[in-house]
Design a protein around this ligand. Structure first.
Ligand SMILES: C[S@@+](CC[C@H](N)C(=O)[O-])C[C@H]1O[C@@H](n2cnc3c(N)ncnc32)[C@H](O)[C@@H]1O
Ligand code: SF4
Ligand code: SF4
Length: 340
């Protein structure tokens, strides 16, 4: 990102954080679950089980306009698999036109054929490709052949000059045997020169009655966090998860840990059918933006119970970032200077 653009964006983010601290509700960051359709069937996910009607292209473009007027500056395209949507290129173009910072979260398997459609992402953000371990572990979780296809997508996007990040879920599968697979994953990240964003597995609201939990026991969870921390200090440009976020993950099993969650005040999730909800876990508390207006739906959201906690990485980082945590702001500045 050019220095002037970065400076302007940082000032805007700071201004919003101060407004939020003073009680305003600004939908600064929207995580858009563009569809629940997907070409994979990952063991911990199950979003594909949900039969939701996707919004039309026109409806999403209007939602983006409305959110932009309400103060949105960051838009994450997720899913399901966002590259399954035929119109994903049009949606990314709109994000570019509205000057949003963007992340496109994908399983990477369709990237080679669809990358040209989403070319504007190169100017406004990064592609986050899910990689959960070395081939044998990734394929156990995500299906046979998915590792090779994701790797092909990563290499292709990098060869075309896109900023590529890896999104990796810490689960029972990759923390077994002394977390050997996490070491392998870090080696892969180093070899590819791709920063990793780590996400502790959660019991998805879509799957937890259908599949056994993949949450590791407390000992393995803590060991994994310690390894991530060690990797971060040896490779600061490759793992930029802030220390504050790691500490939050570390305390996940403790009742002592509390925070001021900004879901519904600084960010929200937009579901495929137009429902605006505070976060992924609170879809049942959502309000339909198509019926009420998107900005209004955001303002109408019930605020989180003060005891509510989770480990959804994007929410954790947003809570610390817009809550003005110094170490998170520092991590953001580092990301800029290392261009990762
Ligand atoms: C739901 S996927 C959507 C984007 C795309 N299909 C992909 O797999 O990257 C977004 C991210 O959520 C992660 N995810 C899915 N289910 C999860 C769970 N139960 N716990 C933690 N992360 C999960 C995925 O690994 C992926 O990195
Ligand atoms: S994690 Fe992503 S790729 Fe896997 S099933 Fe869920 S939406 Fe599909
Ligand atoms: S703590 Fe997590 S689950 Fe609870 S409202 Fe906030 S983001 Fe959602």
């Amino acid at each position: 990102m050019e220095p002037l653009r970065f400076f302007k964006k940082s000032l805007r983010a700071l201004n919003t954080a101060i407004r939020i601290r003073n009680g305003a509700r600004v939908p600064f960051r929207i995580t858009h679950i563009t569809t629940t359709r997907c070409n994979l069937r990952c063991k911990y996910c199950g979003r594909w089980n949900s039969e939701k009607k996707d919004m039309s292209t026109g409806e999403i473009l209007s939602a983006m306009d409305e959110f932009s007027s309400a103060g949105t500056r960051a838009w994450d395209f997720s899913g399901g698999e966002p590259l399954i949507r035929e119109d994903i290129g049009e949606l990314v173009d709109k994000a570019y036109e509205l000057d949003f910072s963007c992340v496109l979260v994908t399983n990477g398997t369709l990237l080679k054929e669809r990358l040209a459609d989403v070319k504007k992402i190169k100017k406004i953000g990064a592609i986050n490709i899910s990689l959960d371990g070395p081939k044998e572990i990734h394929d156990i979780i995500r299906g046979k052949g998915s590792f090779d296809r994701a790797l092909e997508g990563i290499k292709y996007a990098k060869s075309k000059g896109y900023k590529v990040h890896l999104s990796s879920v810490i689960s029972r599968e990759n923390t077994q045997k002394g977390c050997k697979s996490l070491f392998d994953l870090f080696d892969i990240a180093k070899g590819l020169d791709c920063p990793i964003y780590l996400q502790p597995v959660y019991n998805s609201r879509y799957n937890h009655e259908k599949f056994p939990s993949l949450i590791p026991d407390e000992k393995d969870h803590k060991k994994a966090i310690n390894l991530i921390r060690a990797f971060k200090y040896d490779n600061p440009t490759l793992n930029q998860t802030s220390e504050r976020t790691l500490r939050w993950f570390e305390g996940a099993f403790s009742d002592e840990q509390k925070w001021d969650c900004l879901a519904g005040r600084a960010y929200a999730f937009l579901f495929p059918d137009g429902v605006v909800a505070p976060c992924f876990f609170k879809e049942d508390k959502g309000i339909n933006g198509l019926e009420n207006g998107f900005s209004k739906a955001f303002q109408m959201l019930e605020l989180p119970d003060p005891m509510c906690k989770c480990m959804i990485t994007c929410c954790v980082e947003s809570n610390f970032q817009y809550g003005l945590s110094i170490s998170e702001v520092e991590a953001q500045i580092k990301r800029f200077f290392t261009n990762k």
